[in-house]
Design a protein around this ligand. Structure first.
Ligand SMILES: Cc1cc2nc3c(=O)[nH]c(=O)nc-3n(C[C@H](O)[C@H](O)[C@H](O)COP(=O)(O)O)c2cc1C
Length: 226
């Protein structure tokens, strides 16, 4: 995650591995370097949904930060997860308190989301830094983002430290949480059906600064075979 996080260990740029023999395909072993001006990994696995994660430290201090190593992993019960590349405040708070909120990043909130990613100490409340309003959750103590039209209240279910294929530990932690409450702005429910594009969700692309906004024009439908 070095592009989003200067504190993360940079992946070696190095020369591409001998795998890159074909004229039409650039192949490489990441452990040996990608051999390109920019690491393509984040741009390939993208765009990614953003986990805008609200926590508290157990002593009344709020914290807010975006995590694009984020996704949903289960329906029933709903489980979401995000990966902290390095031990960050959000990870520590989630471990300490056992809870976090997820808040949808929309186009009007993109700049605030970005501001909340500033590398600041645990004493800094990123809600204030980003100019958004903490809203009390219903079932947990972690704060929601009042301006976000959709948010989840989550209870931590597992915190897994990642490891390599060789079994070496990696300083990255996957935090999984059960969604115990969901809040949706009614304007996003059209005849009771959640309208994804109406929320103008923002997703993370690659590079230092690329994002995409989901618009109705981007939608197509594909029904699963029966
Ligand atoms: C769009 C975006 C996505 C990010 N995704 C991640 C991520 O998946 N994992 C991570 O460790 N840091 C990620 N970061 C960097 C963190 O937001 C940043 O390190 C932040 O300061 C962490 O805050 P905290 O210490 O309060 O948890 C991302 C930043 C941005 C702007």
């Amino acid at each position: 995650m070095s592009l989003d996080d200067p504190s993360a260990p940079a992946r070696p740029a190095g020369p591409a591995a001998p795998l890159a023999a074909g004229p039409a395909t650039h192949s490489y072993e990441p452990r040996l370097g990608h051999g390109l001006p920019h690491d393509p990994f984040n741009a390939i696995v993208g765009p990614r949904p953003i986990g805008w994660i609200g926590t508290h430290d157990g002593h009344g201090r709020h914290n807010l930060a975006p995590y694009s190593f984020f996704n949903a992993f289960n329906y029933v019960p709903p489980i979401v997860g995000f990966a902290s590349v390095g031990a960050k405040d959000t990870l520590r708070n989630a471990q300490t308190t056992g809870e976090f909120t997820w808040n949808l990043v929309t186009r009007p909130l993109a700049e605030a989301m970005n501001a909340s990613s500033a590398m600041v100490g645990p004493e800094v409340d990123e809600f204030a830094l980003a100019g958004v309003t903490p809203l009390a959750a219903g079932l947990i103590q972690a704060p929601r983002v009042a301006e976000s039209p959709v948010s989840f209240e989550c209870r931590v279910t597992q915190v897994l430290q990642l490891q390599t294929a060789a079994g070496e530990t990696v300083p990255t932690w996957l935090v999984l949480g059960e969604v115990v409450a969901v809040h949706i702005a009614r304007q996003l429910l059209v005849d009771g059906v959640y309208d994804t594009a109406a929320a103008q969700p923002v997703v993370r692309g690659g590079g230092a600064a690329d994002y995409f906004e989901i618009t109705p024009a981007a939608r197509f439908r594909l029904y699963r075979p029966r």
